[in-house]
Design a binder for this molecule. Structure first.
Ligand code: AP5
Length: 215
């Protein structure tokens, strides 16, 4: 089974993807995490991506498509949860054809629908473990160990693109590019909307129900 989580920045895709892979036998492809790792390692892709990410722009389709195809080859046969890809119609069409080539398909696209007014607060308050990637929030999900991750002892960091001026550009990119991608999947008939304004436990329950998985 292959699933796409799609939604605005801060709508909770990463939080739910992490919970999901803890419980079910899926691998997660977070294109944002892959790009941040490439930046940290100063690879060619990382150096190119950083300029776009710092401004809240999308990294060019060609770069993203090559990166995802390499991942699919590596993970052959496993169920994948795509978090943050595709974000443009061109990426969605390429994903369809790279899966089709391998007799695979997307089984469900879960759209995290959210009230845009809550996004700034969610993102400016987010803290992420620089070691294991665990996601916290200074008000709604603080670490009991302050600036240290409860899970692995790594230090918690504020993402450079979680500043208000960058968040508004990220949201504009979402509306411009990902809005049409959502419509693309709606027309294909495999899009399900969920209410991601709700408590994370309730959101998780909704996903399990949508995907008809055993709880
Ligand atoms: P990426 O890392 O994918 O960021 P994003 O899509 O903007 O999503 P976020 O990670 O910000 O949010 P999320 O929905 O995962 O929310 P989270 O669960 O953390 O991409 C970053 C950049 O990389 C892009 O801008 C672009 O430049 C580039 N890029 C990546 N993929 C690309 C692609 N395919 N094409 C081109 N460029 C690409 O939650 C946020 C906060 O809210 C947390 O603090 C959390 O604790 C809290 N929270 C979560 N759920 C709830 C809830 N239900 N109630 C209350 N609080 C909640």
């Amino acid at each position: 089974m292959n699933i796409i989580l799609i939604g605005a920045p801060g709508s909770g895709k990463g939080t739910q993807a992490r919970r999901f892979i803890e419980k079910y036998n899926f691998v997660q492809l977070s294109t944002g995490d892959v790009l941040r790792a490439a930046i940290a390692q100063k690879t060619e892709t990382g150096l190119l991506a950083q300029g776009y990410m710092d401004q809240g722009k999308l990294v060019p389709d060609e770069v993203m498509i090559n990166l995802v195809e390499a991942y699919i080859v590596q993970q052959s046969g496993k169920s994948v949860i795509f978090d943050g890809f595709p974000r443009t119609v061109a990426q969605a069409m390429s994903l369809d054809s790279m899966l089709k080539k391998r007799a695979l398909k997307i089984d469900n696209v879960v759209y995290f629908k959210i009230n845009p007014q809550v996004l700034i607060k969610r993102l400016t308050g987010r803290r992420t473990c620089s070691q294991c990637g665990e996601i916290y929030h200074i008000e709604t999900k603080p670490s009991s160990k302050g600036h240290i991750c409860e899970k692995c002892g790594g230090s918690l960091a504020h993402r450079p693109d979680d500043r208000e001026e960058v968040i508004s550009e990220r949201f504009a990119q979402f509306e411009k590019n990902t809005g049409p991608t959502i419509e693309f999947y709606r027309q294909q008939g495999n899009l399900t909307e969920l209410d991601s304004n709700r408590d994370p436990n309730l959101v998780f329950e909704q996903i399990i129900k949508i995907l008809e998985l055993a709880n």
